[in-house]
Design a protein around this ligand. Sequence first.
Ligand SMILES: N[C@@H](CCC(=O)OP(=O)(O)O)C(=O)O
Length: 449
Amino acid sequence: MCHVASLGRKRLTVVIGTSSIVDEITHEPILSILSLIVETAVRLRRDGHRVVIVSSGAIGVGLQRMNIPKRPKHLAQVQALAAIGQSRLMSIWDSLFAHMNQPVAQILITRNDIADRSQYLNAQNTLAEVLSLGVIPIVNENDTLAVSEIKFGDNDTLSAIASAMVHADYLFLMTDVDCLYDRNPRKFPDAKPIPVVDDIDALHADVSSAGSALGTGGMATKIVAARLATAAGTSTIITKSSKPGNIAAVIRHLHPPVDADTGAAHESSSPPPLHTRFVASTTPIRNRAFWILHGLAPHGTIYVDRGASQALANKAGLLPVGVVGVEGTFAQQEAVRLVVVDKQPLGSLSPTGDSTSASAVLQLVQRGEEIGRAVVNYSSAEISRIKGLRSSEVRSVLGYADSEYVAFRENVSLHAAADKSHPGTPSGFGTPNKEGTPENSLADLRIGQ
Ligand SMILES: N[C@@H](CCC(=O)OP(=O)(O)O)C(=O)O
């Protein structure tokens, strides 16, 4: 008899959309799926993995509780339903997990919360602590507080951010299809499954499926989430929500148990269930760099020239001389998009002055490519006055000079494709990689940077 060593410990995030949690017509909870998710999550926990669940369904459960047939249009009504449904949703999860003696914790997050660095770290530390206690955190957007401008909008994006916070090895996006196909399998029976995606930008898949009547997601939001999570070092897997057992089967396929005596892997003789795996970056963007890119909401855009973009990639800060245009109104210490353009814009793009023209902005936006985000030392009005100037000229133009930089390098975060520290990255933001990010101890997550 051989001894089988336990699988390597992994951190997994599993996101389940409204259509898998409540019936689309009656809004009653789909207990069969919920129970299977609970059994799978507990089994994974017992195998030593750490599991985070991102659960939609508050609004759907609220509809059923109040016997309202259709999701209302009015925001306050939706928020009230979310408040009503969230407590019942948690009580469903808690009672199902209680059968397996598995404690759970509720974590509700808004985009606004994580825009504050210390709150982001608080959320990260709480998640780390909950996981280290052996508890399964159940995350949802705090719909009661989040209005449209400060919403994640869909739980796929939230799950990618939660995955980055816990440095998850895998994010499972549970959906109503088995995997991505090159064409719509409902229309084309010869559509081929796509098992692995190395480069999201090179992906040729049919992602036309829309969200359900109650949910906000669809396949497109899953691709966005996959892009975000893989850049943060989390392999992302799309698989069928009605078969949660697939999660454990996929993990077993990717990390077969090994014989403790011989070290030989116990490969399964049966193929893994259908799924699509987006390969994680081996040079993940994490911590403060991730937070600047995805935690902060940008308040405007700074257009930079190719020279500045090159300098940023070589780890320099952003100087006024490299700025060719400004769009939007923002204050010092707010976040902006950095967009690289080839040509000098036609006029100032600042709303504060000169010859702003919508078409000039549009042309730039169409020409330009977002290379990253930055937290700036000057407001939009100030930057539109010092753009193109040498740092030594800033004082004479503004009457003061808070910094020679428009943004310090530590306040600039570049997307993988624009960052020289991500070698071998092709154009676009996809990243070619091998599997496997290093295991991080939970202590790694409790970082105060
Ligand atoms: N936070 C909302 C769900 C938002 C959402 O993304 O829904 P879905 O597209 O079904 O994943 C709720 O709990 O009802």
